[in-house]
Design a protein around this ligand. Sequence first.
Ligand code: HSE
Length: 438
Amino acid sequence: MVSPLKVGLAGLGTVGASVVRLIDQQREALAARCGRPIVIVAVSARSKSKNRGINLRKMRWVSDPVKLASDPGIDVFVELIGGAGNPARAAVTAAFKAGKSVVTANKALLAHHGIALAELAEKCHVALNFEAAVCGAIPTVKTLREGLAGNSITRIYGILNGTCNYILTRMAQEKLAFAECLKEAQRLGYAEANPSFDIEGHDTAQKLSILASLTFGTRVDPESIYVEGISSITPADLNAADELGYRVKLLGVAVRTEKGIEQRVHPTMVPKESAIAQVMGVTNAVTIDAEGIAPITLVGPGAGGMATASSVISDIADIARGVRATPFGRPSAQLTISRKAPMQRHEGGYYISMLAVDKPGTAATIAKRLAQQSISLESIVQRHRGPHGGDSPKRSGPVPVILITYATTEDAVRRALGAVKRDKVILGDPQLIRIEKN
Ligand code: HSE
């Protein structure tokens, strides 16, 4: 009789409760696939009395997760507490020191301490598995670390935050305002406790930092990521994007350039026909460009109890089978420090929307400033005057002007728009959305 893999699980929120449920439902299939049963023997959470709709009777209750992590009765510690600090960090460290492998869904812990923890896991000859930390049920970590181990990847980009994609989808399809869609996302339970973490792009940045490390063999470094959220996007931008053949998504992008690894998170216009543009609602997607093969796009549920539990259990199953990969796909000592590619030198197309003063010479001034920075235009649209604009050529009032540029640099665009502003031919600040071609 083979011995079961004995699991200690800390954190019984939505994901933890789903892990308990799914391991129970899949008991026989898991035993067959792994060659041994997987049994949760002990659990830890803040409240013992809370009704979670799961059966914990056969499991030992250990109130301190750090104690559970080094409990002699467990083989593997599953950390679903969350947060970059303690008790999650202390518990994972304790588990390694006690010779236990760890499975975690904790993106913040990995983004901030991933390398130190990977080093410790390697030193202790145990596994640190974190498929659930990025994109819920989509096997992004395994795809990068194992499935594409023989490929040279040039770019990875994706929709890594369900809340933002839900908001942008609703705004575009239902012509709703940002604030209303955010409230809906919160009501449906997609958003983080502090939704600014989602909408300002920080959740995406933490996930991107993990993917970039796996992709390019660099040390996880969320600080080197340029981050811009979606709160300035208006229904008018989404409408204009649609008319021009694009959709707007919050993307995390990591790309190898001559100047280093460029890592950025920002609202992005993607061609309507691209795979990533088809991804709607809370769904996540990741596109991987590797040399010699057509792009691969993985699409699936990025958040929610069962989606995240699915990845947690696949990581536990690897440990049950005795499979142990280096956490970031190569020994931590070989991970390089990524040279941060400065955003000013980012090259690509741009969508620029501005409110122009409606008088003779405005278009010429804008064109001159763009030409001075060698920016070439793919398209230019001037909207009709509002109902009070009249037909007089002398009439001065603001009119929306939308430009799409060919590939240029961030620096050139910023300089041109700065000059246009100083020329006083536009009102307010222009809206600027980068374009990512497939
Ligand atoms: N708030 C996150 C999202 C949850 O919306 O994608 C999963 O990390």
